[in-house]
Structure formats: structure tokens, C-alpha cells
Write a protein that binds this ligand. Structure first.
Ligand code: ZN
Length: 181
């Protein structure tokens, strides 16, 4: 496995609509290696998710995993999930707001509102169909990663840039807010 190079904001590939993966392509050892490299890259860079366009491949693949993540210490664990050609449907009307960052947007965090719940369908790495409901943090990570397949980054989803924060300031002021009386 190897560490893939991460595309940073401004790289045109982050703004392209990713292509669906065919079953034939997914079954090649080259593509399976690519998925392993995505997982490896996400883990080594302490991401909770990674989309293929972020590693210069404009294909509809996302990987997710969170366990004791140092970049997001207060978040619940998510088991490893590989999703091919994902589709979000039935988004809830209620929204949740949370801090997001991105491996393609260095050193910034901002508050984003996302659907609190939705249904997801797609395929696993063996092209077996999947369909499930997601809510809370899991739903937020899925929406963030699937946005990458549509050429969107979290900055596009912010409706108030006043929360945009450098990582050092986020850690100083917002990570563990101390209550004052
Ligand atoms: Zn991202």
C-alpha cells in the first residue's frame, strides 16, 4: 500500500463531477489496490473520510473510517466503509450544524449545516449493492465525501463565513470550549 498525493483547493480535479465506476473496472486488481491506497492514505493523514477526486482520480469512490481520530477527537467511531457510486436520497428536513475540515483544504475549519438523516445506496468494493439509513456524524461525513464526487467542498456549503477558522485558532478557542461564569 502506498500514500497517495492529496489534491488541494484550487486543483481543477476537485471541481469536476466524478465518473461512475463500472463493475468490470471495480474488479480489476489495479482498482482494488487503488481502494487499499485510499484507505491507507486516509488513515495515515488522520482523515475520517476520503473521496477519489481528492487523490486525483475522478471516480465515484469514497472511504470512511473514524476511531480515536486525532483531527476529530470528540466524534463517534465509524467502522471502515468503502462506497462505490453512492447516492443520497430522502434527506431529512432537520439540519445539524457542525465543524468541518478537509484534507484538501489545509488548516481551516468552518461550521456547516447538513441533513441530520438520509438514505444512502450504492455498492461495496465487490460491487454488492448496499442501502442503509445514516444519521448524525455518520450522515455528515457521508454528505461531505459525496459532495467531493459532485465537485463541491465544504466551503461551498457554508452559509456564514464568520465561523471560518484557522486550525490553531480552532484548537485554542473552539475545540474544548471552557465555560465561564
Ligand atoms: Zn473533504
Amino acid at each position: 500500500m502506498s500514500l497517495l498525493k492529496v489534491a488541494k483547493l484550487g486543483s481543477p480535479i476537485l471541481r469536476k463531477i466524478a465518473e461512475p465506476v463500472t463493475a468490470e473496472e471495480c474488479r480489476t486488481s489495479e482498482f482494488q489496490h487503488f481502494i487499499d491506497d485510499m484507505i491507507d492514505t486516509m488513515e495515515k493523514l488522520d482523515g475520517v473520510g476520503l473521496a477519489a477526486p481528492q487523490v486525483f482520480k475522478s471516480k465515484q469512490v469514497v472511504v470512511l473510517k473514524s476511531r480515536g481520530n486525532v483531527r476529530y477527537p470528540d466524534t463517534p467511531d465509524l467502522p471502515l466503509l468503502v462506497l462505490i457510486n453512492p447516492e443520497l436520497t430522502e434527506p431529512s428536513d432537520d439540519l445539524i450544524e457542525g465543524w468541518e475540515g478537509c484534507l484538501s483544504v489545509d488548516n481551516l475549519r468552518g461550521k456547516v449545516k447538513r441533513h441530520a438523516k438520509m438514505t444512502l445506496s450504492g455498492f461495496d468494493r465487490n460491487m454488492t449493492p448496499l442501502s442503509f439509513e445514516a444519521e448524525g456524524f455518520f450522515a455528515v461525513v457521508l454528505q461531505h465525501e459525496i459532495d467531493h464526487l459532485k465537485g463541491k467542498v465544504f466551503l461551498d456549503r457554508m452559509d456564514d463565513f464568520s465561523t471560518l477558522t484557522h486550525l490553531a485558532e480552532f484548537e485554542r478557542h473552539w475545540l474544548s470550549p471552557v465555560e465561564t461564569v
